[in-house]
Design a protein. Structure first.
Ligand SMILES: C[S@@+](CC[C@H](N)C(=O)[O-])C[C@H]1O[C@@H](n2cnc3c(N)ncnc32)[C@H](O)[C@@H]1O
Length: 185
C-alpha cells in the first residue's frame, strides 16, 4: 500500500529533521501537524487565523506534554516576521473540518506565505504542502500555487508533486519543495 499524501508529507520532512531544528506549521488547525513537528524538532512556530485552532492545538500539546511550540494567532503570510530560519515548513490548505467551512486559505495569502517560507528555509530544508481543493475557491488556489512552485528556479529548489491519478472528484495531493544546499551550473 503506497503512503497517503499526508504520510508522505510527514516522511519528507522527518528525513531532514534533527532535535535542535526550528520548524513551522503554517496552518495549525486542530494541531495534528504542530504536534508531529513538536515531537521531532526543537521549536515549532504554528500559525492560524482562528482562535479555535489555537485552543485545540494548545490542548493537544498539553495532553502530549509538548511545550516547545509558539502559537501565533496570525496569518501565515506574516511568518517571516516571527521566524528567521526554519528547517521544515508544513502547509495544510483548505478549511478546518470542525469549524466554519467558508473560512479557507486564499491564493494571495497562501502565495505570500510560500514565498516567505522559501526565504526563511535553510539550505537542505524542506516545505510540504497538502493541497485540498474540492471546496469553492480551491481550484483557483491550486492553480495559483502550482504556477508559482513550477516557476521556482531549479538552481535553488527541487519541486515535486505526489498525487493519485485515477481517483474520482478532487483528491488532495502533496507538493514537496527542497532548498538546494549548493547551486549548480
Ligand atoms: C486544513 S486546516 C489545517 C489542519 C491542520 N494542519 C491540522 O492538523 O488539524 C487549514 C487551516 O488554515 C487556517 N488558515 C486559513 N487562512 C490562514 C492564514 N492566512 N494563515 C494561517 N492559517 C490560515 C484555517 O483557519 C484552518 O485552520
Amino acid at each position: 500500500m503506497p503512503l497517503k499524501p499526508l504520510d508522505m508529507a510527514h516522511e519528507f520532512l522527518v528525513q531532514v529533521l534533527s532535535p535542535e531544528d526550528t520548524t513551522v506549521d503554517a496552518t495549525m488547525g486542530n494541531g495534528h501537524d504542530t504536534l508531529f513537528l513538536a515531537q521531532r524538532s526543537g521549536l515549532v512556530h504554528a500559525f492560524d487565523i482562528q482562535e479555535q485552532a489555537l485552543v485545540q492545538t494548545q490542548q493537544r500539546l498539553e495532553q502530549a506534554g509538548q511545550s516547545n511550540v509558539q502559537l501565533h494567532l496570525k496569518g501565515h503570510e506574516h511568518l517571516a516576521e516571527y521566524v528567521d530560519q526554519a528547517k521544515a515548513v508544513i502547509f495544510n490548505l483548505g478549511y478546518l473540518p470542525s469549524a466554519d467551512k467558508s473560512l479557507v486559505t486564499l491564493p494571495e495569502t497562501t502565495l505570500a506565505a510560500v514565498k516567505a517560507a522559501c526565504d526563511i528555509l535553510l539550505p537542505g530544508g524542506r516545505i510540504a504542502m497538502m493541497v485540498y481543493w474540492g471546496h469553492p475557491g480551491g481550484p483557483e488556489e491550486k492553480d495559483a500555487l502550482l504556477a508559482f512552485v513550477q516557476d521556482l528556479p531549479q538552481e535553488d529548489y527541487t519541486v515535486l508533486e505526489y498525487r493519485t491519478l485515477n481517483q474520482r472528484n478532487c483528491p488532495p495531493f502533496l507538493i514537496m519543495i527542497e532548498k538546494k544546499v549548493e547551486k549548480y551550473g
